[in-house]
Design a protein around this ligand. Sequence first.
Ligand SMILES: *Cc1c(COP(=O)(O)O)cnc(C)c1O
Length: 246
Amino acid sequence: MEDIKKNIEGVRAKISEAAAAAGRDGDEVILVAVSKTRNPEEINTAIDAGITDIGENKVQEIMDKFEDIKPVRWHMIGHLQTNKVKYIIDKVDMIHSVDSIKLAKEINKRAKAKDLVMDILVQINPAEEESKFGVTIDGAGDLVREILDTCENIRIRGLMSVAPIAEDPRDVKPYFDGVKAKYDELAQIDDPKLDFKYLSMGMSHDFAVAIEAGSNLVRVGSAIFGERDYEKYRKEQEAKKNGSIQ
Ligand SMILES: *Cc1c(COP(=O)(O)O)cnc(C)c1O
């Protein structure tokens, strides 16, 4: 558990360094601790160490943990199926993974029913990889405008993207630069439901490069919590369920 605190300090130091190299202030960069496969004890340790934002990529994990986590902002960062929006609409503060009008309309419908406005990011797949979700850089504008035309209970706060895996993270900088250019362009749209503030780019292995390209929100998991162990999480959940039946 000590490691988590130390790792957070290390990540923050790297964030400051990368921001300084780009002539910016590290305090402008939001660190979202990606807590998938981590249990509430580990996540609360991170919160005690100053983490204000956590990210999960599965609806089920948000449901599993929600009650046991100290007050924090929740980010849904993974692919979201329309039939699961209803479970998280009043739990998360921002949905990073909007990549279709169908999903946006469902979020809008569920937000309206709860009388809230949901902050979202449009997810871009800059290298157009088959294995990844997201719209193309060229397609982002059309989706943004369609959401603005049809979704009253959504506020578009920016863009999110996951770069290809590369041995040397410098190699993916052009993808980050491409997303940043699109971000700057779309931020100019004059509409009360669009208020660009977040460019969500960068994970454990490439957040420094992403920050240099202009990211102001990084999603960092393994560099904070260590390598993920999906089997361990599954077993913990099973034990928890069995324990609560008696
Ligand atoms: C898991 C995940 C991360 C964090 O990945 P690490 O390499 O562990 O930092 C960031 N973004 C998304 C969308 C993820 O699913």
